[in-house]
Design a protein around this ligand. Structure first.
Ligand SMILES: Cc1ncc(C[n+]2csc(CCOP(=O)(O)OP(=O)(O)O)c2C)c(N)n1
Ligand SMILES: [Mg+2]
Length: 323
């Protein structure tokens, strides 16, 4: 696939933003600067990046407990996500949500959910709303391999297929749901194939290859936008760390497996590909890295200098006001 240099650099920049964001969150946590118990996305950056690159601000995203990357890739500003993780009033959920409850109405980021699978029917609902209103908005709902075995997944897939809703279900199959291996927990050991039962196309893609994800997601998003209905995309990926901060992730995963996947770091693979194709030189990649350091430092400074929510505001933002 031929892509403009600008697009290629944008993909690289976003992946690096996600990586450096998560590394900074981890460091802040271990230094006791934030209470944010968080599920990190390191290793999976090509998925959110390749998918969200096709989305417009007016499109919707629903996400999971591992959601910083989805919010950032959808365009929620790093300052607002970071401040939320530091429980500050300037955070995207007013400091009340934290890592698993990011939300940004202004970005049509319809939220992270700590309830595994629960964001999938919300995604189907958002897509129903777009179809009902006659807009060309697309909804993307991210979920894990564990979520693929919940009832909510099947209910959402059924309605999306039945009503041919403009939604793309993106499975981030990182081979584990907490400590449970996908291979031990999943009938058929294949998520994409389930699309057949729900009247939609399904595809599997290498989730470490941002170009492969970009291409497959591009087809699915275009199909949804043009009235062609839903799709299921299964991205084969791996979290390099444990399930959440505090879990080293090495008691239930064979060391050779971890090493093999770390050898397929999406950032390294893409940088190598760009350099080999002569699309960019090392100086350009270093320039992007500098740019991202500034963004991350700015987000950290903003978060750490922001106030906590005022105690007297505790009862606000609980209910939406009726129109
Ligand atoms: C309904 C529900 N059941 C169980 C849990 C506990 N839990 C939190 S994350 C998780 C694993 C999710 O695995 P997966 O969907 O593969 O996502 P990943 O963490 O790998 O990104 C579980 C079981 C939960 N939060 N919600
Ligand atoms: Mg998983």
């Amino acid at each position: 696939m031929e892509l403009a240099r600008e697009t290629l650099v944008a993909l690289y920049r976003n992946m690096l933003l996600l990586r450096r964001f998560e590394e900074s969150v981890s460091q802040a946590y271990y230094e006791g600067r934030t209470p944010a118990m968080a599920h990190l996305y390191i290793g999976e950056e090509a998925v959110a990046t390749g998918v969200c690159a096709h989305l417009r601000r007016s499109d919707y995203v629903t996400s999971t407990h591992r959601s910083h990357a989805h919010a950032l890739s959808k365009g929620v500003r790093p300052r607002r996500v970071m401040a939320e993780l530091f429980a500050r009033a300037t955070g995207c959920s007013g400091g009340r949500g934290g890592s698993m409850h990011l939300f940004s109405a202004e970005d049509n980021y319809l939220g992270s959910s700590g309830i595994v699978g629960a964001n999938l029917p919300i995604g189907a609902g958002a897509a129903f709303s777009s179809k009902y209103r006659g807009t060309d908005q697309v909804t993307v709902s991210f979920f894990g391999d564990g979520a693929a075995n919940t009832g909510a997944f099947h209910e959402a897939m059924n309605l999306a297929g039945l009503w041919q809703l403009p939604v793309v279900f993106v499975c981030e199959n990182n081979l584990y749901a907490t400590q449970m291996s996908f291979l031990k927990a999943t009938a058929g050991q294949n998520v994409a194939i389930r699309a057949q039962g729900y009247a939609m196309p399904g595809a599997q893609v290498d989730g470490q290859d941002v170009m492969a994800v970009y291409e497959a997601a591009g087809e699915a998003v275009a199909r949804a936008r043009s009235g062609g209905g839903p799709s299921l995309l299964e991205c084969k990926t791996y979290r390099f760390g444990g399930h959440a901060i505090g879990d080293p992730g090495d008691t239930y995963r064979p060391p050779e497996e971890v090493a093999e996947w770390k050898g397929r770091d999406p950032l390294t693979l893409f940088a190598r590909q760009l350099l080999a194709a002569g699309e960019v030189d090392q100086a350009a990649l270093d320039g992007v890295a500098q740019e991202i350091e500034t963004v991350i430092q700015d987000a950290l400074d903003f978060a750490e200098s922001s106030p906590f929510p005022a105690p007297e505001d505790v009862a606000t933002k609980v209910f939406a006001s009726a129109v």
